[in-house]
Design a protein around this ligand. Structure first.
Ligand code: SF4
Length: 290
């Protein structure tokens, strides 16, 4: 398999075949993100992509049941490229049951309802979207590229096409200054976008990113652990999706939780209250990571 640069995928795609159809992120402006800063965005030559699929078919064929299409916002590809890919993976992997990709709200808004319905019919089932916040002030500061209302509209388009969403919100993204507004508005946006999967991660300020420069200048301050736990508590108390598989077990988080929202809300809140009171241990610093 041929890959260009570092490859990122959601934790839930650990056992998937990763097909790199694009290089980098077409947006590449989010102030906290350093994943694709070194990559100039491009769609890979489809002939090369098809060669990769054929190679994976020879080596992995029967073992592949999930394909994740990389890099950072692969939904941006036009319909013809997606059709080429989706037809190839379907023909190559007999046990295929899911194709997924990262997507931005902008990617979704740029596609027509008919294009999204075609992609779903061809096998693109799940999109990972990271609004990171639902607070318009925070979303603008982190240069998310779309606001609360646009994310809600993008989610409605994905749902209308029959696609599932996996959403990521980022504790700490509003800094100390917008902490409560960030948590409350994120919960409102999670409710509005109504995902099948919902995760909270914790912002890690990566050296060299724009947000790190703001932090150095004193223009951004990440909440302390108690503040981050309080954000998680507000989010969980207020978010009301229909039935989302909920996780905070990403390595960046201080308190791993797993279950469903809203079903397990009370259990999560009890755990958070115990953590805030110091009654249960948090993940030690050395065990945390990006
Ligand atoms: S859209 Fe995603 S990959 Fe692109 S810059 Fe923002 S966080 Fe990074």
């Amino acid at each position: 398999m041929r890959y260009e640069g570092d490859i990122y995928r959601p934790p839930s795609e650990a056992n998937s075949y990763i097909l790199q159809a694009t290089v980098g992120c077409s947006w590449n402006h989010c102030t906290y993100c350093d994943m694709y800063r070194a990559k100039r965005f491009r769609v890979r030559d489809m002939q090369e992509v098809l060669e990769d699929v054929a190679m994976a078919g020879q080596h992995l064929g029967d073992r592949v049941d999930k394909v994740f299409v990389a890099d950072g916002d692969a939904l941006v590809m036009d319909l013809d490229d997606w059709t080429t890919i989706l037809e190839a993976v379907k023909a190559t992997f007999p046990r295929l049951r899911r194709v997924s990709a990262y997507a931005t709200a902008r990617n979704l808004l740029e596609k027509t309802p008919e294009e999204l319905a075609t992609l779903k019919a061809q096998g693109l089932d799940l999109l990972y979207v990271g609004p990171e916040s639902g607070d318009d002030v925070t979303m603008k500061r982190i240069a998310k590229g779309a606001d609360h209302a646009q994310h809600a509209e993008a989610a409605a388009k994905a749902h209308a096409a029959g696609m599932k969403l996996s959403l990521i919100f980022l504790l700490g993204a509003g800094g100390i200054e917008r902490s409560e507004e960030h948590a409350l508005a994120s919960a409102r946006l999670a409710t509005a976008m109504d995902p099948r999967f919902l995760s909270l991660l914790t912002l890690t300020v990566v050296p060299g990113t724009p947000i790190a420069k703001l932090e150095e200048r004193g223009d951004f301050e990440l909440p302390d652990i108690q503040g981050l736990l309080r954000e998680a508590r507000i989010f969980i108390a207020e978010a009301n999706p229909t039935d989302a598989i909920f996780r905070t077990n990403h390595a960046s988080n201080w308190l791993p939780l797993a279950g469903r929202l809203p079903r397990d809300r009370e259990r999560f809140l009890e755990a958070l209250d115990a953590a805030l009171a110091g009654d249960i241990p948090l993940r030690p610093s050395w065990a945390r990571g990006l």
